[in-house]
Write a new protein. Structure first.
Length: 122
């Protein structure tokens, strides 16, 4: 399977996987490091939005007495599932757009127009 190279000279599926590896922190890192490959930039933005949002929500919910820690634990499990799913999908070169968050990431990376090169991969 052929994978395009990126600014860093890494196969795009591996670099896309790295965007999720360190949760939202690597999303930020690769958003700034990758200048040309929109596939990697999309995954970096999706990682950042998804996992930073889950982190903030979990941190706010945990302060609720009794039920807060339970809900925060559920959010953590959901986040871990999404994390593993995205690592698997990106490693295999699949373009996977998460519901809601994927649309936001797409708009931030591509603007109002969805890039034709990216669309052909779907």
């Amino acid at each position: 399977m052929y994978h395009k190279k990126t600014t860093l000279g890494i196969d795009e599926n591996i670099e896309s996987m790295f965007c999720y590896l360190g949760i939202w922190i690597t999303g930020i890192i690769f958003l700034f490091l990758e200048k040309e490959n929109n596939h990697v930039r999309f995954n970096a933005m999706q990682s950042l939005i998804t996992f930073f949002s889950l982190f903030i929500i979990s941190a706010l919910i945990i302060i609720i007495p009794v039920i807060g820690p339970i809900l925060s634990g559920i959010i953590t499990v959901i986040g871990a599932f999404i994390w593993l799913l995205m690592l698997y999908k990106t490693y295999n070169g699949e373009v996977y757009k998460l519901p809601i968050v994927g649309d936001i990431a797409e708009e931030k990376i591509f603007g109002d127009h969805f890039d034709k090169d990216f669309k052909e991969k779907n």
